[in-house]
Structure formats: C-alpha cells, structure tokens
Design a protein around this ligand. Sequence first.
Ligand code: NAP
Length: 453
Amino acid sequence: MSDSLRVAVVGSGPAGFYAADALLKSEDPTVAVDVLDRLPTPWGLVRLGVAPDHENIKAVSRAFERTAAKPGFRFFGNVEVGATVSHDELLDLYDAVVYTVGAQSDRTLGVPGEDLPGSWPATAFVAWYNGHPDFQELEFDLVHKRAVVIGNGNVAIDCVRMLALTAEELATTDTTDPAVAAISASPLEEIVMVGRRGPAQAAFTPPELQELGELAGADVIVDPADLELDPASEAALEQDRERARRNVDILREFAGRAPEGKPRRIVLRFLVSPLAILGHDRVEAIEVVRNELVEEGGRIVARPTGETETIECGLVLRSVGYKGVPLPGVPFDERAFVIPNEAGRVVGAGRTYCAGWIKRGPSGVIGTNKKDATETVEHLLADARAGKLDRPGNGLSLEDLLVQKGVEFVEYEGWQAIDAAERAAGEPLGRPRVKQTAWERLLETARSVRSKA
Ligand code: NAP
C-alpha cells in the first residue's frame, strides 16, 4: 500500500467506519486508512449509545469488523486528536483527514434549576448505563418514586425504557452491573416523558414507541385528550404516514388500554414544556407549562398558554438533543454546532473533510451515516484525482510520532483482546458481554496482546 493515498479518519463510530469502508473500496486511487479514537475501544455510539437491550441494532458492528479486516485498515485507540496529536500534525502525516467525531455534548434547556443535583443530561445517563469509562463515577440517584424525562426523541424513549426494565429483562443485556443493580432496586413507580409539541410532531419512531407497550414491568399510560389533534396536526398525519400516522395510531391503542397494575407506569405527556426544575439542594419537582400549537414560518411550534403545573419528582433526565463540540485547529460553526462544510469538504481548511453528526447535526439512524460518509469520500477521492491532496511529506508515520510522544496507543488486536475478554465474561451469565469500564483495565487488556506480539 506504499503508493496509496493515506487518510486519517478521526472517530470510530458508524460515520467513521462507513467512511473507512468507502475509502478502502477505492481502486483509483487505492487508500490506506488509519482510524483514530480517543477511547481504547471502537464503534462509538454503537457500543456506548445504542441501548443495551437493542442487541440487534448493535449487531451492525459485525459489518464494521469486516471493514477492519480489509488490507490497508489500522486502528489507533487512546489517541485524542486535539490533545495527543494536533490537526496540523495529522496534516503532516496524511494526505487527508476526515473528522467523524459525532456530537459529544448535549443541548441545554436554559431553565432555572437545570443544574440541580438529580437533573442530568440524558447523554450522561446513556453513557453511564452503557459503560463509557468517563461516566462510571457518576452517581445516579434512583431512589425516588417518580422520574421525568424531557424530550420526545428516541434517546428519551431509550431512557424511559431503560428505567422501566425489570431485573430479568436487564439480566440478558450488557448494561453495566452498577446500572442493573440501581435500576432493579429502584423504588421508581412512575416515569413521565414530556414532549413540548403534540403526538403528531414527536421525533421518536414507531418501533421504539411500540416497545414501550411491550414491557414486562411497566404499564403505558396516555391521556386520550392529548390525542385530540388540531387540523394542522391531522394534515401532518396525511403527509407523514410512516412516522406521524403510525405513532398516533400506536398512542391511540395505548390510550385505550386499561393499566394491568405492573410495578412501574410510563406516562406519556404531550404539549408541555419545562419552565423550571425546582428544589432546595436537589431536584424535588418540575414546573411545566401547557402549550398550544401554532404555525410559524411553515412549521408547527409550541406556544405556552400560561397554564402551569408542578410535577413532583426526584430525577430529571433532559433529552433534548446532542450537540457537536469544536476541535482545536479545526473550523467550527458555533451556531449550528457542526464543522462548516460543503457536502463533506470542510470550509476554510485544506485536505480536511467531515462526515456524520459533526457534518450534518445529530439526526437520523445509524444507516443514515453510510450515505453521508459515502458523499464525503466521493469528494475526497475526486480531490485526490484532481491532484489537490499534496501532503508535505516528513517521512514520519503516526506510530513514530506516538512513540516519540510516549503515547500508549491501542491497535485493532488490542481491541480484539478487550472484545474477547468481555464476551468470555458474559458467556457463562447468558449475556452478550460484560463490559470493561475502567480506562486502566481496558489498556491493560489491550497491552496483554502487545506484550505477546
Ligand atoms: P431528537 O430526535 O432530535 O429529539 C429531540 C427531542 O427534544 C425532540 O422531541 C424535541 O422537540 C425536543 N426538544 C428540543 N428542545 C427542547 C426544549 N427546549 N424543550 C423541550 N423539548 C425539546 O434527538 P435524540 O432523541 O437525541 O436522538 C438523536 C438521533 O439519534 C435521532 O435521529 C434519533 O432518531 C437517533 N436515535 C435512534 C435510536 C433508534 O433508532 N432506536 C435510538 C436513539 C437515538 P421538538 O421536535 O419540538 O424540537
């Protein structure tokens, strides 16, 4: 691969792997791809975001394993771009750099009390139950009777469902042991999910909504009055039969059910926005306002009516969307929280590209990133063929640089050792894996194959 184009892909989630795969498929030019990640483990949100009880969705990592097996692919974990190596250093080492770092922060609500203990971004809760090594010290206090989840997207649904799973349902997943223990032992009786707009505008998708109605330990409650739609929402159902129409049909079926008296209740509320999170030293309640829907600039938006309500609760999860964060030395759009780009070519930086959530914002399902990454790679390859990717060669390789800097990087074999150890730990328990969740443990397991090599 010595004459191949050399490309660094920064971020090993779905967008990174789809980009790597599209690059490795190229015959003119041929491409060698190094995928870098801040964590010792690959797969990004497939490992650390997708809910543990969605093993079928996590199975997409098998396709990424096939990409990793292709000639020309290398993985460098435990390498943080912007800290361990800089963007400029990468440009010295590679013909092109593709950023696929996702959206690593969360949007805020901007209401009083948002930072009270007991009020968490959903992103932190998700990272905690999924075993992200940076989130294991967090102490989720699940000792309350009611939790409120703010937002009407699929992440909100994941949080609601995870809080509602029984010990038996959790037992066959790779949820971390502390999360299984905390959720199973929790005295939670009610999980309220609040959406600021109506059922026809909800961002969640029908299969995820349907699942809420199939849980062993939770009844799902919907007030039929919330499903009386205004004419604009009725019209929206006709235009969006795949999502809005199916969501409303499922909600109507839920509304017609009599509760079975299961240990937990999931209450789906619509047309309410948080005004404040209340409490002295920690969350005690949330104040919400009733909304009405109005059309504004061709969009249906929520407008507060002035009618307020206080919902007592001890836990608030704010699930109102992820947000991209800037990387040192790489252009950033501070309003859209993405890297400014034209179809994947970064604006204002040569030989630099982006794909996935950091390119288009946090939307779509995992597969959406395939088309997105392919578009970016097509432009990168076109630029290479047009002779626009001239690297100022310094003869160094990334390994040389990392060794010079004394960085302990994790290669793909190191990850395979972690993967094998986790699966072996899960097997006797009937679980897909027991995740290693401490940085030092992950590095130590990866090191075991390095010292054997
Ligand atoms: P999302 O789909 O964009 O949903 C965000 C939700 O937050 C929307 O309901 C939005 O309401 C609401 N919101 C925003 N600002 C708010 C505010 N100030 N007050 C109250 N509500 C507010 O984002 P997400 O749930 O984080 O998901 C991110 C992406 O990952 C989505 O594409 C999602 O489908 C995907 N995902 C998929 C799965 C799956 O396939 N199983 C699982 C998890 C995530 P408005 O609509 O009114 O703005």
